[in-house]
Design a protein around this ligand. Structure first.
Ligand code: ASP
Length: 281
């Protein structure tokens, strides 16, 4: 089975119009997809999606880890989750603060029976397990916050992978939608935003409330499990967002090696590594 993966960097309004940002994102996604694919050749799907997402978290072009968006009270709270399609174990952190890699904390939680933690308890868990304090704010996000640029579309990150043994996994990480109420729960650490089993793996981005209303990732995976092709499962599930004008994008891989991305609105940014690297244009 040839191993393959697809990553996304969420939506970003400037990607359609600002040439410089567009090129920078294309290059970053291309580099990370290539590096993560090299890693996938020697590691499992679940190890790889966590690795790829940690690289995306370190890239301040995206809204996850370093460069996360700021909430309405001026603080950064991040969410991330990981799902192993083979074991169907889901782990995640919701509204964690001051860590460099929320996805690594989510990965640590895979070892525990209680595998999703939220708020200050998620941050305390991270400290207890050796995740040091990290300041995730960058000046650009503070500037956007001060100018109250609520229209800035977000740039959550995600990865889905199929490894050489046919195992699937998905990971997603976000700084949220920006300017949200403290305590708001993002879809990214729920089964609506990130889901995998033996048949398919999906990572979503967009407006978390719409993704939850559409139960998007879990629904796409269920439809694929029940026999629809990945493309049909994606198209039908995205069609069901239309009555409420749901804003979402998703990347996915199925067990037979189909790879697909879909969005309800323009400019979801992504890159895939199938037999070669492909990037949005
Ligand atoms: N889905 C994320 C959230 O609503 C944001 C995004 O994907 O850009 O928290």
């Amino acid at each position: 089975m040839p191993s393959k993966l697809i990553i996304h960097g969420g939506f970003f309004s400037e990607s359609g119009t600002n040439h410089e940002i567009r090129t920078a994102k294309q290059q970053a996604l291309k580099d990370i997809a290539t590096k993560a694919h090299g890693f996938l050749l020697k590691h499992t799907a679940v190890e790889t999606v966590a690795y790829a997402v940690s690289l995306l978290e370190s890239c301040e072009l995206f809204n996850a880890g370093l460069g996360s968006q700021i909430q309405s009270d001026g603080k950064i709270r991040m969410s991330a989750s990981l799902m192993d399609g083979l074991t169907q174990k889901f782990s995640g952190v919701i509204n964690i603060e001051d860590v460099e890699h929320p996805i690594h904390v989510a990965k640590k939680l895979m070892e525990f029976e209680d595998s999703v933690l939220g708020g200050p308890c998620a941050t305390s868990f991270a400290r207890e397990h050796g995740f040091d304090y990290f300041y995730a704010e960058i000046p650009q996000r503070r500037k956007e916050f001060q100018e109250k640029l609520e229209k800035t579309r977000t740039g959550t990150v995600g990865c889905v992978a199929l490894d050489g043994e046919g195992r699937l996994a998905a990971a997603t990480s976000t700084g949220g939608k920006g300017f949200e109420m403290p305590g708001r729960i993002s879809d990214s650490a729920t089964v609506a935003g990130n889901y995998a089993n033996r048949f398919a793996a999906v990572s979503c981005t967009g407006v978390g409330e719409d993704i939850v209303s559409g139960a998007l990732a879990a629904k796409i995976v269920t439809r694929t499990t029940d026999g629809l092709s990945l493309r049909e499962a994606m198209e039908r599930s995205f069609g069901e967002l239309k009555p409420f004008d749901g804003f979402a994008g998703a990347i996915a891989i199925s067990a037979n090696g189909d790879i697909w991305h879909q969005d309800s609105h323009p400019y979801m940014v992504w890159a895939s590594f199938d037999s070669e690297v492909n990037v949005f244009d």
